[in-house]
Design a protein around this ligand. Structure first.
Ligand code: PHE
Length: 342
């Protein structure tokens, strides 16, 4: 009976529709009834052609009613499911504006790097050119040409790492002075930053550290030129009003040699813990280039003269930033490095 088929389809839709949760499933379910070709309701329409002529109008109306009812039912459910799906989507994609953001960790420059950069700026401003020597040198450049022959007692001042009988890790950037003077005639004005190595290890000494070497060679260069340049340098690196003082010292490659102190930037010269009560802090070694060194490089010491200076970068960094153990500069502890972020 056709009426039974109609009732069965209605029942099938009513029984199953409420268990559908996804709009895609509802779409398929709907298609199984309303699809033009295979839909169960469409099939009913097609079956009408086998009915006796007088039954057709009544049956046609029943099928049409069923179709209208089914479409309404599907539409109503479709809206419900869509609303639910939207709610879920909104929930899933919700942004919690109170959630803490993801931090981008930014690194910091190492104090050595900052000091080297600052020194280069200061000296480049005074017309110095940068020369980077090599970390492996031979005995001649590191010692002999610097007026420090084999049995010279000054060699004991710098405990040396030898790579072979003749090659060594440079103990001082002064080795670069010789290379520069061999290759360039005066006027010479170079600044040479670099790592140096000595078998030395305590709170203020590390087997590897950095130096900054300066060399100026021209006619009529005197200790007064050195002092003038140092005054400018000290004020730029340690602050305005900082004074310098030269004390006699000894290096084989300079004559006279001096030790350079700056007035204590912590107490202004009155005397404190940093300057050990003296009001002065030693920052570098310097002097007038020894005439033997000029001669070794083919520069006539009766025509030209020069001054040289060398300072420890870590020492400057420790003074500037109040670091009391040189090891802190080489331990790669990020908590230490973080203090220098700016
Ligand atoms: N090379 C010396 C040192 O390492 C420093 C220095 C450089 C002194 C230049 C005088 C002139 O101790």
């Amino acid at each position: 009976m056709m009426e039974d088929k109609i009732a069965a389809i209605r029942a099938e839709i009513e029984e199953n529709i409420s268990s559908l949760e996804l709009s895609a499933a509802l779409y398929e379910f709907r298609k199984s009834f309303l699809d033009n070709k295979d839909g169960k309701i469409s099939q009913l329409m097609k079956g009408m052609k086998d009915l006796p002529k007088e039954e057709k109008p009544a049956f046609g109306k029943l099928v049409n009613d069923l179709k209208t009812w089914a479409i309404d039912k599907f539409d109503e459910y479709n809206e419900k499911i869509k609303a639910k799906e939207l709610e879920q989507k909104n929930k899933d994609e919700a942004i919690d504006v109170t959630m803490p953001g993801v931090k981008n960790e930014v690194g910091a420059l190492h104090p050595d790097t900052m000091v080297i950069g600052e020194l280069i700026d200061i000296f480049a401003g005074m017309g110095f050119e940068i020369y980077e020597g090599s970390e492996i040198e031979n005995d001649y450049y590191n010692f002999t040409a610097l007026n420090t022959p084999k049995d010279h007692p000054a060699r004991d001042m710098q405990d040396t790492f030898y790579v072979s009988d003749d090659f060594l890790l440079r103990t001082q950037t002064s080795a670069g002075q010789i290379h520069v003077m061999e290759n360039k005639k005066p006027p010479i004005k170079i600044l040479s930053p670099g790592k140096v190595f000595r078998s030395d290890d305590d709170a203020t000494h590390s087997p590897m550290f950095s130096q900054m070497e300066g060399l100026v060679v021209d006619r009529d260069i005197s200790l007064a030129d050195l002092q003038g340049m140092l005054d400018t340098f000290s004020e730029r690196i340690f602050g305005e009003g900082i004074k310098t003082r030269l004390r006699p010292s000894y290096f084989p490659f300079t004559e006279p040699s001096v030790e350079v102190d700056v007035s204590c930037f912590a107490c202004g010269g009155k005397g404190c813990k940093l300057c050990k009560g003296t009001g002065w802090i030693e920052v570098l070694g310097a002097g007038i280039v020894n005439r033997h060194v000029l001669e070794n490089c083919g520069i006539d010491p009766d025509v030209y003269s020069g001054f040289a200076f060398g300072m420890g970068v870590e020492r400057i960094a420790m003074l500037k930033y109040g670091i009391n153990n040189i090891k802190a500069l080489f331990e790669s502890d990020t908590r230490f490095a973080e203090q220098f972020k700016n």
